[in-house]
Write a protein that binds this ligand. Sequence first.
Ligand SMILES: [Zn+2]
Length: 314
Amino acid sequence: MKQLQTEYFTFTEIGGVGEMIYRAVRFPEYVPEYNHASKEDEIKPLFSFLGRPISGTDYSITGQELLASLCNLYKKINAPDSDERVTDLVWDWCRNHIHPYDIDVLCDEIENGDFVNAEFHEWLQRRATFEVRGFVSDVCKLGTAFEYYDALQKIRCSRDVSAGRGLYYEGRICDSLPFLEKYRQFADDTEYLRRVNADYDNRLFDLLEMFPDFKMRVKQDRKTHKAEMCAEIHSVFNIAWYAFARMVADVAPPADTDLDYMFSQGSILICMACGEYFVRHSSRQRYCDNPACKAERNNRKARAYYKRKNAGEK
Ligand SMILES: [Zn+2]
């Protein structure tokens, strides 16, 4: 898919085609800490004069990939039987991705900051420290909405009734969305599909209502010096919601559902081996890019081949 580099998100980027590349901040390391004053777990970034944070345009992870990775984190955090510490899961995500909050402000500060100055160091560390609880709340809002969207897509496009029936569960942190519970009474698959499809506009409305307001303001592009209408980017959640909005707006199925059209838009699928979300790059991809899952795919292919071959010889 075409990748667009963007310093700011203008109306064109949010409504347009292609995948977005955006600004990001990375700290060399983080440490989880308990704040005795607020009685909250926090994640604090660590850096030094030599090991400085990096800021600027980030080519390593697109908006859709960020969305998929946050939804995977949601699934891990909220799994009913999970016993992994939530703080450790959030900590791990930050170490392996990008800094989650205050992206625009931190980018500007890091670009112009005086890292020899102890006061600046202290200020930056305090500014970039964030509470785990707020992050978990943000990831749950995003994750439950995406889970619902994913179930709706499966019902609508693949007539996958089990995705709808399995949507609701009581998670460790929050419950998934109950919008499809009322259709459970229709035990017959054809009847279930008919009822959901008849209400489809209302179910889509439920989803769109969950999107946060997108705040735009006039900013000056530092390269072109032109004033532009730009979206405010405070956090990775803003970026993920924008990417999600683009998917919903782009992929909303036309009257006669055209699968080729959908797959050309870079959809997010669930890997058949590990069950995590991933961004599909070709229309036939069913497994994520994890080497173990690729190996699993090749094994299954080989097994299927021998099965066919043996069946043919008998
Ligand atoms: Zn996988």
